[in-house]
Structures are given as structure tokens and as C-alpha cells.
Design a protein around this ligand. Structure first.
Ligand code: GLV
Ligand code: MN
Ligand code: MN
Length: 418
């Protein structure tokens, strides 16, 4: 089916949702919060006006289905997320949900009957920015959210994930049992279209790309370095226990390990995205006694993540001895890397080739709900659409022509999976 007919509808959906979640700088759609719910309500109304059925699942994600579909019938799923990071871009997550919905609307308008039905899922809570944990909506659905995860606190309000999920209508008691809330055997395939979020496709002039696999990550939301807070003028260097210098030392050592590992061909990225001294006590004239920071390492290989993590702990121990400080760690979080299904990659590649556009098969540096499905044994595949200015920032941009090309490739692939 020719998906180009949906170009203006796609533009309208992106514009409308951007407007309702604009925060003055970028878009903010809080996980299980206002912006995410508003986007979900908008998409529900739109889908219902097209005659589609829309129901929340037990984890409060939104499921779009053809009308009259048997609830437990085998189906092909297309999904992505409708939350965003604070002051983020409009397309991270939303593009995939809109793409799936357009394919479903196309089938509905066509009056197509028969074959394996298509269902689209708009996941809540994919972004780790809000509770310090990623993939909450898909994890909850697949029985992968633990009691400890449910106790994680929202960054601004301090209310727990369980409280937020409950308010959004999720069955938290069932989720905490850690049993899948869906029979994954009935999901014949899981597909996700997503913007690339990085600079590679722009640089290589690729409008679309097929994803081979997704990096996993190892994280601490908060590590605290504890030194000794003293008058900045009176303590000589050899008697100081400066938590800030200790953290800086740690980051530089990790950077050096990272550089050496890269030279050996290891896949790795490392980030300390949050670094704080306490504003209630810090001052220009006080040696920092406490510095807290987040730490994240991502890799395609679980072994690399583990090995790098051991280096982190070893360097913390060495710096503690050398500088007279100590490090305290909160709960370690691990998200597994994932490999996309070969057959689905081939179908996506064939569909790209069918459009006569250049494309490549590339790995995903960012995390996606698709990794949860792949690791749950559901054959999964992802299609990237080129985007400008990166992601997790308010400047994220996407050419609508690239998006429509991605929707066409997705639609053609879904036709093969009918
Ligand atoms: C998803 O947004 C991620 O942080 O990879
Ligand atoms: Mn994101
Ligand atoms: Mn995303």
C-alpha cells in the first residue's frame, strides 16, 4: 500500500503532540505523567475516529487493534514509547508509535481482512530519566519489573514508580508478581521504527537503516564519594580528602581505560550524566566533602559491561586508598544487550532495497523496548530513520520525507508478515 498518502496526517500528529507537550524549550512527556498521558489520549481519540479498538494493557500501555479482534489471537506487534526525556525532542519514541498506527489505519481503511492481525503498542515509561530505570512499560508487561524497581522514586516528586503506575491504571499487584502479563507465544514478531538518535546516518547519507542489535547498559543512578569537608584555604594538598578531585580522578582513569579498550576493538561508551555537590552545604570556600554522580556504561557485549564494571570498582578502591575518600554505591542496574532476528532483518532489508534507497545494517547505541522482546524470545526487528541534531535534546529533528520512507518500508515488511 502507498503510505505517502498519510504524509499530512503524520505531520499533523507530530505538530499537535509537540504543541501539547512543549515545555518552553523542548518537549516533556513524563513517564506515567501528564505529557505522556496527554499524548496517549490524543492517539486514542485519533485511532477511535478511524474505527480502531484501543485498550490499555495491564501495565497501562495503550494497545491499538483492528476492531473485533479476538484479544488473545496471534498477532504481529509494532511498538515504541510515548514518553520523552525532560526538554527532549518530539520524535524519540513517538515516531515509532505513529508509524505503526499509520500502518494500522491503512489496513483499516483498505478494509483488509484475513492473515495475522497487526497490533500497535504505545509503551509508557521507556525513558530512564524519570525513575532511573529504562523500559518500565515493556518490562512490566513481560514480567521483568522487580519490587525494588517499583520502589524507585520519581526525580522531582519522590513518589514511587508503583504509585505512578497505579495512578495510570496499571495492575501493580500483578506486575510485582514478575509474571508476563501477555503470552509472548502469541506475538509472532515485534517491530519498532525509531529515529537513529546519532550522527552516523546523516554522515553516511542513509535515510533508513536496519538495526542488527541493541547495546545493553550497566548503571548506577547515584554513587557518592565521601571525603572531608574543610576550609578551602587552610588544608594543604597532602592533608586534603577532596571528594570532587577524587571523582574527577576516577572519571579520567575510566576515560583512559575506555580509550585502551577501544583500541582493542571493544564496543563501549561511558557517561557520567549527573554530577552534584549539595547546594545546601557547598561553597566556593569549602573543600567538597560529598560528591554524588551517575555512571553508565553501554556495550553490545555483556562480558564487556561486566569487565568494565570490575575496573570501575577497582579504581574506586585505589582512589579511596590514595586520597582518603570512600565511595558508596546504590543498586546496580543492568539492561541486557539484544540481537535482532535474522529473518526480520532480511525482510526489512528487502523492503529497503525495494524502495531503491541506500541503506545499511547498523547497531543501535541507544536502548529500545525491542530489546526486551528479543530477549523474551519474540522475533524482533528495528528500522532506523535518519534524524538531525542527535537526540535527548530539544534540537532533535527529522525530515518528514525520511519518516514516510520509513513508514513505507515498515508497511511493506508487515505485509510480508501477514
Ligand atoms: C533510551 O532513551 C536510552 O537511554 O537509550
Ligand atoms: Mn530516549
Ligand atoms: Mn526512544
Amino acid at each position: 500500500m502507498d503510505m505517502l498518502q498519510f504524509r499530512s496526517l503524520a505531520e499533523k500528529i507530530f505538530d499537535d503532540i509537540r504543541e501539547m507537550s512543549f515545555d518552553g524549550v523542548g518537549v516533556t512527556r513524563e513517564s506515567y505523567g501528564r505529557g505522556e498521558s496527554a499524548a496517549g489520549d490524543y492517539l486514542r481519540e485519533l485511532a477511535q475516529s478511524e474505527g480502531l479498538d484501543v485498550q490499555p494493557d495491564r501495565a497501562a500501555n495503550l494497545v491499538f487493534s483492528p476492531p473485533g479482534m479476538e484479544p488473545d489471537a496471534p498477532a504481529v506487534w509494532v511498538g515504541s514509547h510515548i514518553d520523552s526525556v525532560p526538554q527532549g525532542g518530539n520524535f524519540d519514541g513517538l515516531a515509532g508509535v505513529v508509524a505503526g498506527l499509520l500502518c494500522l489505519v491503512a489496513r483499516q481503511r483498505e478494509g483488509a481482512q484475513g492473515g495475522t492481525p497487526l497490533q500497535v503498542v504505545a509503551f509508557r515509561g521507556e525513558e530512564s530519566a524519570w525513575f532511573g530505570k529504562a523500559y518500565m512499560g515493556s518490562s512490566a508487561l513481560l514480567g521483568k519489573l522487580s519490587e525494588a524497581d517499583l520502589e524507585l522514586k520519581q526525580r522531582a516528586t519522590g513518589e514511587t514508580l508503583a504509585q505512578y503506575m497505579e495512578k495510570a491504571g496499571a495492575d501493580v499487584a500483578a506486575i510485582s508478581q514478575q509474571q508476563p502479563l501477555v503470552d509472548t507465544r502469541r506475538i509472532k514478531a515485534y517491530l519498532e521504527l525509531h529515529i537513529e538518535q546519532g550522527p552516523v546516518m546523516v554522515a553516511r547519507e542513509l535515510p533508513v537503516a536496519v538495526v542488527s542489535g541493541i547495546r545493553g547498559n550497566i548503571r548506577h543512578n547515584r554513587i557518592e564519594c565521601i571525603g572531608d569537608a574543610q576550609h578551602s584555604g587552610v588544608v594543604p594538598r597532602w592533608l586534603r580528602h577532596d571528594a570532587m578531585f577524587a571523582v574527577a580522578d576516577l572519571i579520567m582513569r575510566l576515560d583512559e581505560h575506555w580509550r585502551v579498550l577501544l583500541e582493542r576493538g571493544t564496543d563501549l561508551v561511558v557517561t557520567a550524566g549527573i554530577v552534584n555537590t549539595d547546594p545546601a552545604e557547598h561553597s566556593i570556600s569549602r573543600i567538597p566533602g560529598r560528591v554524588s554522580f551517575s555512571l553508565e556504561a553501554r556495550s553490545k557485549s555483556t562480558d564487556t559491561l561486566e569487565a568494565f564494571y570490575q575496573l570501575v570498582r577497582a579504581e574506586c578502591a585505589a582512589i579511596s586508598r590514595e586520597r582518603g575518600v570512600c565511595f558508596e554505591f546504590d543498586r546496580r542496574l543492568l539492561s541486557d544487550p539484544a540481537t535482532m532476528d535474522e529473518r526480520i532483518c532480511k525482510l526489512l532489508s528487502d523492503a529497503c532495497a525495494g524502495q531503491n534507497v541506500p541503506f545499511e545494517v547498523i547497531p543501535s547505541g541507544a536502548g529500545h523496548d525491542a530489546s526486551l522482546f528479543a530477549n523474551a524470545g519474540v522475533p524482533s526487528g528495528m528500522l532506523f530513520v535518519r534524524n538531525q541534531n542527535g537526540s535527548h535534546n530539544p534540537h532533535e529533528a527529522m525530515d518528514i520525507d525520511d519518516f514516510m520512507l520509513g513508514v513505507q518500508v515498515l508497511g511493506d515488511t508487515l505485509d510480508k508478515l501477514r
